[in-house]
Design a protein around this ligand. Structure first.
Ligand SMILES: Nc1ncnc2c1ncn2[C@@H]1O[C@H](COP(=O)(O)OP(=O)(O)O)[C@@H](O)[C@H]1O
Ligand SMILES: [Mg+2]
Length: 576
């Protein structure tokens, strides 16, 4: 955390300085009041009287104003530093999340990442600002009050000192009970965020399947768990505040009783007793604030642990130093590649040997779950092969710089992800700064130009959140346009035309062949119609290559392929 504090140290120091000023004013006040009573009202010393009351009263007002000013300035500097620290932390955390590999992303989960970047960092901010305001204030107020009381009268000092261990014991007990609950609280917040995330983004399917009640119950469960823990924490502290209060009022009673005796015997003045009572009240405030402070410190530290875990997570996949070289070809080679997902029981890919030449169009077919997505994900290194190696242009993908590798490969994911920006920007995402003609040409290749022009504001129409304003096929065509516009040597379509009708799909592939002939194309598809034109078709079965060949070859010799063809025979007829 020091890394963040360090940057705002001057502000923190200024805040501390003003806090010392504020508390000093608070500590001087009871002394002045005591003098007003003793010298001004009771006339215990020569030179007292109304005049002195006026002077001292003005001094008290002046000091109060000065104290107030110091307090405000302390607030200003505290907030500047804590808000900025939180801001830096959020930026770093976000940057870190962006650098995560897919497995890391899978492991953390969206819910907890959202909580960590938002709520946890807010907890840390509160903790930092309370720490800066509170620690000096309570420390000075507590020890200052005790010191001032000893100066007034040794007995008064001893009385407060005796009560102190009880108050401290009370606080320690509560914190000890509440501490484990703070981490739990944040975890339960993760759970709520996960449910919220899923339910809000999946609200359509929830309604379609009439699962509202079930999802309400699921949310209720997560929410109930959070409420219960929250209540338990509050209960613990609900009992502590009155306990500390009672203790301190007990101390005041003892001081009044003892002070009464002493004053009658001439040992102390009534003003001293009054000042002692004020100090005790200040002490009480200090202790109560200390309680709040420790509560927030525990919570802030629990949050810090979680944010630290995020910030300390090194990106798992280390990039190499190869910057792509001059040979721009687009050749892909799988050398005895096997892959098992972290925690999975059986491998998703086994002993894949495959070479794809530059400019070739290769289709990947197979039943769902046979490993098609997994296979293509290894090329841009979304995951690393567990065994064997994937080579692009003869160089292991692990040796590439991220930028170099990802510039060579353009991918359309199975699930078309769009952003809430104009259509134009959604497409030019693939090539920042692309010209309007380039965007239109990519859209034409992707067979998207027609529907974009028909949209209310054409290319400037804003896409609704996650592309909800578009049909599945339109979303797919926009993400294809985004992939096509990118000047890459390898183009990967992961089941990206599944929602298109056969005619549009055929036109799209035709346009693709014409507009980017030299580019290596890897097309994952389910339909024979999508793949029959490919130079070669790879048939996957349970993570292994069952056969490789052109449409006619496979039709003649591959049982799996024949089965797939037979099951789609109706569609085939449609096309012929
Ligand atoms: N992120 C993941 N974590 C664990 N297992 C996964 C993950 N993604 C896919 N799998 C599993 O790997 C296998 C292959 O999946 P995939 O490559 O997506 O199949 P498909 O051929 O339908 O694209 C499936 O059995 C799937 O359950
Ligand atoms: Mg898939």
């Amino acid at each position: 955390m020091w890394k963040y504090i360090k940057r705002y140290l001057p502000y923190a120091a200024a805040a501390a300085l003003f806090m010392v000023g504020e508390v000093s004013m608070d500590l001087v006040q009871p002394g002045l009041m005591s003098r007003i009573v003793d010298e001004g009202v009771l006339g215990l010393k020569a030179g007292g009287g109304l005049g002195l009351i006026g002077t001292l009263g003005l001094q008290m007002i002046g000091l109060a104003l000065l104290g107030g000013l110091c307090g405000s300035l302390n607030n200003v500097f505290t907030h500047i530093s804590s808000q900025n620290m939180g801001n830096e932390m959020r930026k770093d955390a976000f940057r870190r999340i962006m650098s995560f590999s897919f497995p890391q992303m899978d492991r953390f989960g969206t819910g907890t990442l959202v909580t960590r970047v938002t709520n946890d960092i807010t907890q840390i901010q509160t903790f930092i600002s309370l720490f800066m305001r509170g620690l000096i204030r309570t420390g000075m107020l507590t020890f200052g009050s005790i010191y001032c009381m000893f100066r007034l009268n040794r007995d008064f000092g001893l009385i407060v000192l005796c009560a102190f261990p009880f108050a401290a014991g009370c606080i320690v007990l509560c914190l000890w009970k509440a501490n484990p609950l703070f981490s739990k609280l944040q975890e339960q917040l993760d759970a709520i965020n996960t449910v919220m995330q899923e339910d809000i983004s999946g609200v359509r399917i929830i309604k379609a399947c009439v699962r509202e009640l079930y999802e309400k119950a699921r949310f209720g469960q997560a929410n109930g768990a959070l409420t219960e823990t929250q209540t338990r924490v509050l209960m613990i502290f609900a009992f502590m505040n009155p306990a500390v209060n009672a203790l301190m009022y007990g101390v005041i009673a003892v001081i009044l009783y003892w002070g009464g005796f002493q004053a009658a015997a001439g040992g102390v003045t009534p003003g001293d007793v009054m000042a002692a009572v004020t100090y005790t009240t200040q002490l009480l405030n200090g202790v109560l604030m200390l309680v709040m402070l420790f509560q927030n410190i525990s919570r802030g530290l629990a949050s810090w642990e979680r944010v630290k875990e995020l910030l300390d997570s090194e990106p798992e996949l280390k990039a190499g130093g190869f910057s792509g070289g001059t040979k721009q070809r687009g050749e892909i080679e799988f050398r005895d590649v096997s892959f098992t997902y972290p925690g999975a029981l059986r491998p998703a890919l086994e002993h894949i040997d495959l070479t794809i030449r530059q400019g070739e169009t290769v289709a990947v077919m197979g039943a769902t779950g046979c490993g098609k997505t997994t296979l293509v994900n290894l090329i841009p290194r979304f995951y690393d092969a567990t065994a064997g190696a994937v080579l692009v242009d003869g160089v292991d993908v692990r040796k590439y710089r991220w930028q170099a590798l990802r510039e060579k490969v353009s991918v359309t994911l199975q699930k078309a992800e769009l952003f809430t920006v104009p259509i134009r920007e959604n497409i030019s995402w693939g090539k920042p700064g692309a010209l309007a003609e380039e965007i239109a040409s990519a859209a034409k290749t992707a067979q998207a130009d027609g529907f974009i022009r028909a949209a209310p504001e054409g290319y400037d129409t804003i896409v609704a959140e996650r592309g909800m304003s578009l049909s599945g096929g339109q979303r797919q065509r926009l993400s294809i346009a985004r992939a096509v516009i990118k000047p890459a040597e390898i183009l990967i379509f992961d089941d990206s035309t599944s929602a298109l009708d056969l005619k549009t799909e055929a036109e799209l592939y035709q346009a693709l062949r014409e507009s980017c002939p030299g580019i290596t194309k890897l097309i994952v598809a389910q339909r024979i119609a999508s793949v029959r034109q490919a130079d070669r078709i790879v048939v996957l079965e349970n993570g292994r290559i069952a056969a490789v060949g052109a449409h006619q070859e496979l039709l003649a010799g591959c049982k799996v392929y024949q089965d797939i063809c037979r099951s789609q025979v109706g569609e085939e007829d449609e096309l012929v």
